[in-house]
Every structure is written in structure tokens, then in C-alpha cells.
Ligand binder design. Sequence first.
Ligand code: HPA
Ligand code: ZN
Length: 330
Amino acid sequence: MLHFIHSLPKIELHLHIEGALEPEMMLKLSHANGIPIPYQNLQEIRRAYQFGDLQSFLDLYYAGASVLCKQEDFFELTWAYMLRCHQERVVHTEIFFDPQTHTMRGIPLETVVRGITQALKKAKEELGISSYLIACILRHLSEEEGMRTLEDLLDFRHEVIGIGLDSSEVGNPPSKFKNLFKRAKEEGFLLVAHAGEEGDSSYIQEALELGVCRIDHGVRCEESLELLEVLRSRRIPLTMCPLSNYALKVTPNLKNHNLLRLLRYGLCVTINSDDPAYFGGYMNANFEAIAQALHPAQDELRQLSLNALEASFLPLDQKKEIKALILEYS
Ligand code: HPA
Ligand code: ZN
């Protein structure tokens, strides 16, 4: 099973690049850029990674991201993640970044986007991994602030394919960003949103009303049978993140995770790593954790990869090529 998972061609659709900042790089950049963080060494950082909920994680995640200052920092972070994709046979990835986390600290959007895309280009050329970039709007901030960020993103239309929504969910429902998503759609961006991670199923319903083509997480979709039927019949993808859900206590343990039940019910479920440096693992670790807890058949693991391909923003001809790769693999 381990061998099958490791060599299965995989597609990642829910990865925050700031969440791929490993403790070693965090310490190094903290010293290099003179940005203090409240930890002296790797052990102290790792010890801090005991989360009670989403907010307790976000507090550390934003503190960690503050060490990223220069274009080279964003390049180095992204390149390290792409090398990991290469090791784990991730053949295509759609990466989130949080523009506001950086622009609020005075880092120009251009510095962030250039650093990330430089690494993505190198990964395409040297590792053969394709990728897209999605800018997430921070939902704990106002729609007006998000709208200003969307306007800044118009300068990077060739680099950024889509707009997402992340950060503290409860109390910040998708409807808060109705005008922003309407504008983003008019500007030609593809839309996704985090929903149903800590927020109830109405958050998923509202995200669909914004016009999103994928739901990030969606764990709480079973609370509404009507919603479940919509997700199933329209094959709205859920980008689920098992180790993240476990770390943030969205699910008490992985044996109770609804991922396999939803897959068997016919939903377009996918496996992703979310913030791998914080939650204990990249793609293979997430597949392994589900395999160990829920014992899916090999065909079901392969189906998870096929679902991610279907849910990706790749053009049809590239989908066909990767589909053949996945199917020939057994
Ligand atoms: N949920 C909300 N916001 C986030 C997450 C998440 O899982 N990861 C990074 N920002
Ligand atoms: Zn996420």
C-alpha cells in the first residue's frame, strides 16, 4: 500500500504556500531578515505546534509568515515545496498564497508573486511539474480591504488563475464577500472558497452561491442532505485535508473522518496537505494516514487522484495525458 501511494501520480489542490514554511527555514529567515519570532530553536517551534482549533493555528501561521520578506525568500519557500512534490510524485499543484498577510507588512505584492512564480517556472522546466497560483482573500478582514487586494491582483492576471477565501471561518461567512467574488468572476478569475471546516453547512451553501467551482475542506457537508445531493449531482469537488482536520480538531480522530464515506457516496472528494509544515506531512503522509485509518481499496486511492485531476483547472488535453499516467499505474 505504501509503495502504491508513493508512486501514484498525484495532484494537489489545497496547499497554502505559507503553510509549507518548515521550522528550519523559519529560523534561518528570522535571523537573516532580523524579524524576531518567539522561539529560540527548532524544538521550541515544534513544541508550539499543539493546536486547539483553527484560530490557535492561524496565530502561529501568521507569525511564522512574517519572516518572509524578499523575493528570494518566496522563491526558496516555493522551490522547497516543489522539490517535495517531485519526491512524492505530485505531478500538478494549485497553490494558494495570502497576499494580505504580506502587503499588510509593507511587502510589495510584486515581490511575493515574482518569487513564487519564479520557482513554479523552474519546477515546470526542471521537474516537469505543472502548477497554477490562487490568491486567497483573508476573511477576517473587511470586504473593502479584500477588494483593494483584488484590484492589485489585476496586474498579475497572467500569474494568478483564481481567487480563494481563507482564514478564520466562523463569523466570517462567504456572503460577506459577495461583491468581491462577483467582481473577481467578472474579471475572469476562477473561484474557490474554504467552507465547512469549522463553519456549519450553511457556509458551504453560501460559498456555492458565490459561484465557486470547488469547496476547500467541506467536512461539515453531511449536516444537510439537500446540500449533499447538490454536491454529488453537480460533482462539486471537496479539497479535503485529513492531517489538518486532525491537528485542528475538526475531527477527533481519522477513523471518524467522513472522506471515504463521501467518496463512496459519489462526491468528488480529493486528498490534500493544506499546511504541511504545521500539520505533520505532505501529500503522501495524508494519503497514508487515510489508508491506515480507513483502509480504502487501491481503486479508491486511485479514484482520489482521478478526482483531483477532474477538479483541477488544467485544460482537457493535459487532463487526458495525466489520466493515462494514473490509469496505467497499478
Ligand atoms: N483554513 C483557513 N485558513 C487557512 C487554512 C485553513 O485550513 N490554512 C491556512 N489558512
Ligand atoms: Zn486551507
